[in-house]
Design a protein around this ligand. Sequence first.
Ligand SMILES: CC/C=C\C/C=C\C/C=C\C/C=C/C(=O)SCCNC(=O)CCNC(=O)[C@H](O)C(C)(C)COP(=O)(O)OP(=O)(O)OC[C@H]1O[C@@H](n2cnc3c(N)ncnc32)[C@H](O)[C@@H]1OP(=O)(O)O
Length: 250
Amino acid sequence: MPLKMGVATVTMNRPPVNSLNTEHLETLHRTFIRLENEKCRGMILTSSSPTVFSAGLDIREMYKPELEKARKFWRTLQDMWLKLYSSPYPTVAAINGHAPAGGCLLSLSCEYRVIVPKVRMGLNETQLGIVAPQWFQDCMRNAIGEREAEKALIAGRMFSSEEALKVGLVDEIAQNKEECIQKAEAFLASQANLPMLARKTVKLGFRHQTLSRLLTGREADTKIFIDYIFQPKVQKGLEMYLQSLSKKAA
Ligand SMILES: CC/C=C\C/C=C\C/C=C\C/C=C/C(=O)SCCNC(=O)CCNC(=O)[C@H](O)C(C)(C)COP(=O)(O)OP(=O)(O)OC[C@H]1O[C@@H](n2cnc3c(N)ncnc32)[C@H](O)[C@@H]1OP(=O)(O)O
């Protein structure tokens, strides 16, 4: 995590697709805490993969899990997201590859998004037979508005880079990762002279409702997750999805 002029670039590096298991989520969470403690001036979130930003939650954490491990997984996801979404420093996602589901959530939790061409992003959970949790949905709604979010979430729509720009899911398209990072740096530079306290206060004001919805209902949210994924038909769906992903690789 190099810090250049107080700006950190956090590069996810969990091959092959940066899927988010408990350990990876813990690493991200610790990183965001550290950045806050070190009074970081801005953060760029990106990926070491040439084709994938993040494939979202690691489906193997939800497929036939032990109960306590599944609970820990979900709480760690909540912790990571609460830290990122409420970060006092400016955040940009340099989306240099596909960003389905939890990968899309990571980018939506940043303040500004730059994407490369020919990749896809969105909350596709419905297509997997699972449901994007309320706080995932809130992040999408906050980015693109009620009507577009409702349509996208019901369909589990994956947007192309161009569609994402058109609907406001991202702020800019860059030609490649290098340009993506340049544009991310330019956004952070544009924020650098703003008084930090005022900036942070306005940001948290906008995000307060979404944050408190989870903060006041964390246990209930965990229970909803556990009850949902332990249903036999949901497990069957996850099994088939995992098989389809493996078949694709074969
Ligand atoms: C009322 C209800 C309320 C509460 C909610 C209840 C439940 C909902 C809970 C949570 C919400 C879920 C959020 C998620 O994030 S679920 C994950 C969704 N992700 C996806 O659908 C992406 C799947 N992956 C892909 O589409 C492609 O892999 C991708 C486009 C990202 C990259 O393609 P590429 O061709 O480069 O790689 P692959 O050959 O497909 O994959 C390589 C390797 O990685 C494995 N893989 C891929 N994605 C995942 C994943 N998300 N988790 C685990 N493993 C993954 C894939 O199987 C291959 O493995 P192997 O065959 O062993 O090489």
